[in-house]
Design a binder for this molecule. Structure first.
Ligand SMILES: Nc1ncnc2c1ncn2[C@@H]1O[C@H](COP(=O)(O)OP(=O)(O)OP(=O)(O)O)[C@@H](O)[C@H]1O
Ligand SMILES: [Mg+2]
Length: 260
């Protein structure tokens, strides 16, 4: 059975594209046939995150308007195993991809792929709604700060109204030292405030920024700690029981340090 997952946040810039690229690559390298779709019309980034910007010929708008076939729109790269990628349009912002056209594309993809991951636009506009309505699961990405939290809460309510029952939370850009100093929301308060099941905690990690510069998702960087967590998130999404250890480990570690 295939699963459509939209990556959403409400607030912009919290890590949706980073999560989409890395979870998509991780699922694919775990052997699951996966396609990732950029639906952020006019603000194309996912191609850069994957280092595939020079491979773009057709985009989502071309596909929706029937100007190319699905197999022509899906970009593949041997580094990413069975991963397919459909870029968004950089300039054709006026040609909105309406719900029926998008639904047709998703149904076609469902026949070919196990996971269809949609990098949704920030905000709660038409793009968000179209993606949400067709999703079996929503990954809500939040940063541990009040603006992101409030927007994620609003989005969780809207998702519920749109019929998305399976919501999972990814807390991104966590900085334990700031939490210790009381200037960043702690993880428990984020989880409690949103009431959404946690699927992963990602720390602030400069290898994410480095990866973006080199156009290589950080999950491929074996030296980076955050790569392990992206792999674990992919496994949890796939139903595997991978404990979320880093919260406890960090807090035990911090408690021990404080006792000295
Ligand atoms: N865990 C992390 N550690 C360090 N930097 C990160 C992390 N996650 C994301 N970033 C950086 O934060 C910036 C925003 O991330 P990203 O583009 O994935 O967010 P987004 O939610 O897709 O933004 P938009 O709403 O504009 O589409 C990028 O420069 C990215 O490299
Ligand atoms: Mg983005």
């Amino acid at each position: 059975m295939s699963k459509v997952i939209s990556v959403i946040s409400g607030k912009g810039g919290v890590g949706k594209t980073t999560v989409t690229a890395n979870v998509g690559v991780a699922l694919s390298l775990l052997g699951h046939k996966t396609v990732i779709i950029d639906t952020d019309l006019g603000l194309r980034n996912l191609d850069l995150a994957l280092g595939l910007e020079n491979n773009v010929i057709y985009d989502m708008v071309d596909l929706a308007m029937g100007e190319c076939r699905l197999r022509e729109a899906v970009i593949k790269d041997e580094r990413y195993g069975a991963l397919g990628f459909i870029p968004t349009s950089q300039f054709k912002t006026d040609n909105n991809i309406d719900f029926e056209r998008f639904k047709k594309i998703i149904l076609e993809l469902k026949r070919q792929y196990e996971y269809i991951i949609i990098d949704s636009p920030a905000g709660i506009g038409e793009g968000f709604e179209t993606a949400a309505k067709l999703s079996d699961m929503a990954l809500i990405v939040v940063n541990p700060e009040p603006f992101s939290l409030r927007d994620a809460d609003r989005v969780a309510g809207l998702l519920e109204n749109l019929g998305v029952k399976d919501m999972r939370l990814i807390i991104n850009r966590v900085r334990p030292q700031m939490i210790d100093r009381g200037i960043m929301l702690n993880l428990d308060s984020v989880i409690e405030a949103l009431g959404v099941r946690l699927v992963g905690v990602l720390y602030e990690d400069e290898s994410v920024i480095e990866a973006a510069i080199f156009g290589m998702p950080v999950v491929l960087n074996k030296k980076s700690k955050i790569a392990d967590e992206f792999n674990s998130i992919a496994k949890r999404i796939n139903g595997e029981n991978v404990p979320i250890e880093n919260i406890k480990k960090k807090s035990v570690w911090r408690k021990l340090l404080k006792k000295k």
